[in-house]
Design a binder for this molecule. Structure first.
Ligand code: UT7
Length: 323
């Protein structure tokens, strides 16, 4: 007998404003064709003026609560994965806690950039299996539009805003990989790679800053590390690529998604792809894809799902779960 963190609900929120690739042709030396062919991105949602990360996170959380059939007071903890919280402090998670009307439990943010949701999910799993929480709301929410350099065609065409949320609940399993819930996790970081993906500002440097990326270098690391971490997580659960029903990858670049699936021996028919519609929403991309994948009828109860992500740090990891 062992405790598993089982998915009870999922939901997402996307801001109303949709920006098609062609809009960038008016202000930048770029084309719809370049963006589509190099990244797979066709459009992205951008937050309205004044709209914050915690507002989007709350909307995603409300959708996940409805999906789970829970109310906020059923929750013990909230973890928000974000690099773009509303304020330096308090955490976006405590703002979500208040907005949901939750007066007990605890809430905190996790910052691992694009890998943030995988890190948050792994931490939520640890809280549940160690008995520190029974029900945890895990959210990925970002307003990367606020840290874009809108004159840098190499980055600003790639990112979007949004939020996704997942609710986990402790359930008894038999300890085998046939259990529902999180079966294994694998987390990694390498601080020596700071300069290939970072924001050139922050609290202790007295500015907000803009995202800076050496795209080719990040691409190279992504292709090498994502399949590796996904395979390590699968091995920890005694599983392999053949057992996977769905890869739900971080949605940064369709070419990275395809190469990773190919390395894992998983056909693209078993990969949830949303990058064309959302762009790269950093920590929000995986929960957004999980929610959309469920709505499309792709992900069903009992399916073996592998999530994998890499981002600034570098930080990367994977979570294997049975839906
Ligand atoms: O979520 C965090 C993880 N992030 C990622 O995973 C992103 C990883 N990297 C990538 O997705 C890709 O490297 C990019 C999509 C960012 C770029 O694709 P690439 O095939 O690596 O292109 P590149 O950076 O090597 O640029 C090729 C050319 C360059 O011109 P030259 O130097 O060959 O003359 C760029 O200046 O494309 C140029 N370029 C553009 N051209 C038109 C860069 N951005 C654009 C643009 N439109 N928007």
């Amino acid at each position: 007998m062992s405790v598993r963190a089982v998915v009870k609900g999922v939901g997402h929120y996307l801001p109303e404003r949709v920006v098609e690739n062609s809009e960038f042709e008016k202000s930048l030396d770029t084309t719809d064709e370049w963006i589509k062919s190099r990244s797979g991105i066709e459009r992205r949602h951008l937050a309205a003026d004044g709209q914050t990360t915690s507002e989007m996170a709350t909307a995603a959380a409300q959708a996940a609560l409805i999906d789970a059939g829970f109310v906020a007071s059923d929750l013990d903890a909230i973890i928000v994965a974000t690099s773009t919280a509303d304020l330096t402090f308090p955490s976006a998670a405590t703002m979500v806690q208040h907005a949901l009307g939750m007066t007990k439990g605890y809430a905190f943010d996790v910052q691992a950039v694009c890998a943030g949701f995988v890190f948050a999910l792994s931490n939520a799993n640890a809280l549940i299996v160690s008995g520190q929480a029974k029900r945890v709301l895990v959210i990925g929410a970002e307003t990367f539009s606020r840290i874009m350099d809108w004159t840098d065609r190499g980055t600003c065409v790639l990112f979007g805003d949004g939020a996704g949320a997942l609710i986990l609940e402790a359930a008894k399993g038999d300890g085998s990989n046939a259990d529902r819930g999180i079966l294994s996790t694998d987390l990694n970081s390498d601080g020596s790679q700071r300069d290939i993906l970072y924001v050139d500002g922050g609290v202790s440097t007295q500015s907000t800053g803009h995202l800076r990326m050496q795209g080719k270098e990040v691409f190279r690391h992504a292709v090498e590390k994502l399949a590796q971490t996904a395979e390590t997580a699968l091995e920890k659960a005694g599983l392999s690529g053949d057992d996977v029903d769905w890869i739900v990858p971080h949605q940064a670049n369709l070419r990275i998604i395809k190469k990773t699936a190919q390395k894992m021996g998983v056909p693209m028919e078993r990969v949830v792809v949303t990058v064309q519609d959302h762009g790269n929403t950093s920590a929000a991309s995986i929960p957004l894809a999980l929610s959309v994948g469920k709505k499309r009828g792709q992900i069903k109860p009992g399916d073996l799902v592998v999530t994998e992500a890499i981002g600034g740090g570098l930080a990367w990891g994977a979570v294997v779960l049975r839906w």
